[in-house]
Design a protein around this ligand. Sequence first.
Ligand code: NDP
Ligand code: 8X3
Length: 256
Amino acid sequence: MTYVNNQIVLITGASSGIGASCAKVFAQAGGKLILAARRCYRLQEFAKTLNLPDDKIHLLQLDVCDRTSVESAISNLPPYWSKIDILINNAGLSRGLNKLYEGDFQDWEEMIDTNIKGLLYLTRYVVPSMVKRNRGHIINIGSIAGHQTYPGGNVYCGTKAAVKAISEGLKQDLLGTPVRVSSVDPGMVETEFSEVRFHGDTERAKKVYEGVTPLTPDDVADVVFFCATRPTHVNINEVILMPVDQASATLVNRKL
Ligand code: NDP
Ligand code: 8X3
């Protein structure tokens, strides 16, 4: 078992959903949390609920799409916070469910910039110090959408397929070091994800989960924590988890 007590855990997208649940589970285990997101007020509100002393929590207002900001945020971390042990690349979003040939360019840019480029920037700026210190773990939040494409999913599915390939590539490039790489790939999880996908249309977002018992963000955080706490010689490469009511990206049992 690897203990996360006093390990420094950087979680992107910690202001909501899966990222916030990961923060809770790592806080309970004594991790030192660096929580990053764009919405500072949400991070601060959430941080209060964790009730942690200052030496256990550090907040970063950060847009992962902005490479210069990511570089500066990581290189200007106070020395106490600079040795990141676990990087959870969770920040991500979907935008729209349009047919590809009718897709919105702005939606595409946002998904590609956040889910692929943002994840790459964090990885590029955090991992060298892990390699130097001979310790570390990168846990990427992928998706069932990276394994199976569904109608209207096109670009979002493409970004999550990229996350799958990037996780595999990073593991290969880290071979010979003790640094671990995992990809946690959920099916349907009820968070703000669908509200963001449908640009704030809450009624449409609610329908996604109608008649189904979806995963909770805590269910996903449990799996992330499991990956992080295996003995140091064990690498969990990839976990796909779905609600019992789901069998594939498109096959859902709705009790309506
Ligand atoms: P939420 O919308 O609840 O949370 C997304 C988080 O990402 C928020 O904290 C948001 O914070 C942050 N975020 C988005 N863009 C940026 C950015 N540019 N810079 C920094 N932070 C950003 O959704 P989930 O918790 O569901 O999503 C988390 C991850 O899980 C995503 O990668 C998603 O693709 C993946 N996923 C979700 C599934 C689901 O069904 N919900 C299933 C499979 C995977 P803020 O807006 O404050 O910046
Ligand atoms: C989120 C799950 O199926 O909505 O990645 O794409 S899905």
